[in-house]
Design a protein around this ligand. Structure first.
Ligand code: OAD
Length: 259
């Protein structure tokens, strides 16, 4: 049996028992859509200082610079389309819908899982398609194609608006993180896709799932700190590996009992 077939069997068995199949994704799942990853030799953090563009202090120091970075990233995300990896996850959700929930817990802010048709997506690091006021309660996902002036200010109170993303040193949205924990604890299988699994607290979720007895399947062309712990390591790009996995799951679902 190939590793893909073994992974499909783990997924089909867990789903048959009604256990959630949780996908935990990072920047690598969008790499084949043209959105660069963060770490590594071609990563975003090679070109930009995260202290300047991804911390609240950096934002306060130079809000226009910080916004220019986020606007460049948002424009790239708006131009990008879901790739076969995003589409395969959405397909798996539909295929297993009568068996088990298949939520996606993502660190990505690009919106590509929803664009691919996944319906249950937890965005742990927020979304580049939303903004909020740093002073009042105002938030909105109606962002102009391009701002006339950067940084934009709040129409309600005049304070600075900021991208509704989680920066280094900030708390993750507590409801999303609590839900992600619940999912990790109840998962029968966690698919860990395209993440270096190094940025906390999100990176602890696979470990939570593992401790609660979930099978971990990693999809990544590189080794990560999680690789020694996983049940199966599918070493390859997500855009090739996940469609193969979806096809193998489909084959198992269509086979008659006992086959
Ligand atoms: P990273 O940039 O840390 O890691 C990307 C991972 O994707 C690496 O392990 C790559 O090997 C893998 N990868 C690259 N191409 C791939 C492909 N085609 N298919 C599958 N995997 C591929 O990105 P994240 O783990 O998402 O946080 O980073 C986590 C957080 O750190 C981000 O959300 C961001 C960043 O700094 C904040 O901005 C707060």
């Amino acid at each position: 049996m190939t590793e893909i077939e073994q992974a499909a069997e783990l997924i089909a068995d867990a789903a048959a028992n009604g256990q959630p199949i949780v996908a935990f994704t990072g920047a690598g799942v969008s790499q084949e859509s043209g959105v660069p990853t963060f770490h590594g030799s071609n990563g975003i953090w090679q070109k930009y200082d995260p202290g300047q563009v991804a911390t609240f202090d950096g934002f306060l120091d130079d809000p226009a610079l910080c916004w220019r970075f986020h606007e460049e990233l948002r424009a790239l995300c708006l131009r990008s389309r879901p790739n076969p990896a995003h589409l395969a996850l959405a397909w798996i959700e539909r295929a297993l819908s009568t068996h088990a929930p298949t939520p996606v817990v993502t660190q990505n802010i690009d919106g590509l899982h929803r664009a691919a048709g996944s319906t249950r997506v937890l965005e742990l690091h927020g979304s580049c398609h939303r903004m909020r006021c740093i002073e009042c309660e105002f938030s909105s996902d109606e962002m102009p194609t391009q701002f006339g002036v950067l940084p934009p200010s709040c129409g309600e109170c005049g304070a600075l608006l900021r991208p509704d993303v989680v920066w280094f040193g900030e708390q993750l949205p507590s409801d999303a993180m609590a839900e992600a924990h619940r999912l990790a604890e109840s998962a029968g299988v966690m698919l860990v896709i395209g993440t270096s699994a190094t940025v906390q607290p999100a990176a602890s979720l696979p470990v939570v799932a593992l401790r609660q007895g979930a099978a971990l399947i990693e999809v990544n062309p590189e080794q990560t700190p999680l690789t020694p712990m996983v049940d199966l390591s599918l070493q390859g790009p997500a855009g090739t590996t996940l469609p193969q996995l979806a096809e193998a799951v489909g084959t198992l679902l269509n086979s008659a009992p006992g086959e």
